[in-house]
Design a protein around this ligand. Structure first.
Ligand code: FMN
Length: 189
């Protein structure tokens, strides 16, 4: 599949104020961003994003998602735990949030809880986008290692889903094409 120019209107770039996108616009125009302005996202906005994320569907109402915003000390510890060529990438965004799931002892529940947490992360990304923020769901290998987990305060019994990058929007990005609906949808007899 080839790329194509961004379709649909991008939201205001400030990251402040009430969301101005319709749900459909937000779903369609959310993108993965790797360039950000330098100002951290304020804690109140982060709280709003997590408040929305927690409304994700969740079969057993275990509310298994956990979010940890890296402060300067945690960020430095994570850089120290990273290979030299990867540490610099942790400076891309001014706000980094580790998303994890509390592992249920029942493997079937654990699977569903991970799915639910992925849905929560998506909700957070959409809410950030609707506020004009840039975001990126990244899965750096260091967060699967004990040293990276420790740096990010992830305890035993949690699985990391990713490192959510957040910050002011600085540039538009290309929209990767999606398959045609006819290729992925079947109506069965
Ligand atoms: C679970 C998950 C993990 C991801 N990890 C990475 C990553 O480590 N590096 C990366 O460049 N993109 C990562 N992405 C972002 C995808 O590359 C991106 O969503 C995809 O290219 C489609 O672009 P879009 O988000 O703008 O639609 C991840 C996405 C998901 C859902």
């Amino acid at each position: 599949m080839t790329g194509s120019p961004q379709r649909g209107a991008a939201p205001a770039a400030s990251g402040e104020g009430a969301p101005s996108l319709s749900l459909e616009q937000a779903i369609r125009t959310r993108r993965t961003h790797k360039v950000y302005g330098p100002e951290p996202v304020d804690p109140e906005t982060v709280r709003e994003l997590v408040e929305l994320a927690r409304w994700a569907p969740n079969h057993h109402l275990t509310e298994p998602w956990r979010f940890r915003v890296l402060g300067p000390r945690a960020l430095q510890a994570l850089k120290d735990a990273s290979p030299a060529d990867a540490a610099g990438k942790l400076d891309r965004a001014p706000t980094l949030i580790v998303a994890s799931v509390v592992e249920d002892p029942d493997p079937r529940v654990a699977l569903e809880d991970r799915d639910a947490t992925a849905a929560a992360v998506y909700g957070l990304l959409l809410a950030a986008h609707a506020r004009g923020l840039a975001a990126y769901w990244r899965t750096p290998a260091v967060l699967l290692e004990p040293a990276g987990r420790a740096a990010a305060g992830v305890p035993e019994g949690e699985q990391v889903l990713g490192l959510i990058h957040l910050g002011p929007l600085r540039q538009e990005v290309r929209t990767p094409d999606r398959r045609a609906v006819a290729e992925i949808l079947e109506f069965l007899a």
